[in-house]
Write a protein that binds this ligand. Structure first.
Ligand code: AMP
Length: 227
């Protein structure tokens, strides 16, 4: 198996399964590049770009942003220009973790177009958490507007309410972390993303991690999978 600095990973899991938290942590310790399509989209929304304006309606409703918009955004971010994903730029240059992409079969197929041979995915990690636990994780989640650190009002509170312990930034609740949007996001995960488990399972790169445990325990297990 590839050393972690050359790893090309996909983190799969329902909203609230801990993909983002763990991807940040693994990336910090390993030098892997962390690419979260949710974070990229939130930046687009914040900047008021055309893509951001279009994506916001889908995101707030808990729906997926259309495949072609996402695929084009990922391509642009990796410096691929008109080339297919993985052919040039960031993805080809170093190891990386994709967090929240792919989320549909067409996205997985687009990723595969240029990820064969030396560029093939080395790890696909599925984060398994029961749905009733996900609901509580999402409604209590708070994110730092400044550094992006993720907190939870009960499970990982900051010492001062609403203020990030890491950088002093202001905490916010994501607009799609409300009950209606969460219900829709879980349903979308079940119907559109879970088919990827069979897609990757069939080629033997899939590892399932029980992510209904403390973040430290999950992190240690991830490290063993990513040796
Ligand atoms: P996340 O931060 O990964 O939970 O993503 C937040 C929202 O961004 C999702 O509910 C979708 O609306 C959108 N999104 C993020 N990644 C994708 C993707 N790969 N395909 C479609 N929509 C996405």
């Amino acid at each position: 198996m590839a050393s972690s600095s050359q790893a090309r990973c996909v983190f799969l899991g329902a909203p609230g399964a801990g993909k983002g938290t763990q991807a940040k942590r693994v990336a910090q310790g390993s030098g892997l590049t962390h690419l979260s399509t949710g974070d990229l989209l939130r930046e687009e929304v914040k900047s008021g770009s055309e893509l951001g304006v279009e994506a916001k309606g889908y995101m707030d409703a808990g729906k997926l942003v259309p495949d072609q918009l996402i695929i084009d955004m990922v391509k642009a971010r990796i410096g691929g220009g008109d080339s297919a994903i993985g052919e040039s730029g960031l993805l080809a240059a170093s190891g990386w973790i994709l967090d929240g992409f792919p989320r549909t079969l067409p996205q997985a197929e687009a990723l595969d177009v240029n990820l064969s041979g030396d560029n093939a995915l080395t790890h696909v990690i599925s984060f398994a958490v029961p749905e009733e636990v996900l609901m509580g994780r999402l409604t209590g989640r708070r994110t730092c507007l400044n550094c992006g650190a993720i907190w939870h009002v009960e499970h990982k509170p900051t010492s001062k309410e609403g203020v990030c312990d890491q950088c002093g930034g202001e905490l916010t609740q994501r607009s799609d972390d409300c009950n209606e949007a969460i219900g829709k996001r879980l349903e979308v995960y079940r119907s559109q993303t879970t088919p990827l488990l069979a897609y990757y399972g069939d080629r033997g790169v899939l590892k399932e991690v029980d992510a209904n445990r403390s973040p430290d325990v999950v992190f240690q297990e991830l490290l063993t999978h990513m040796q």
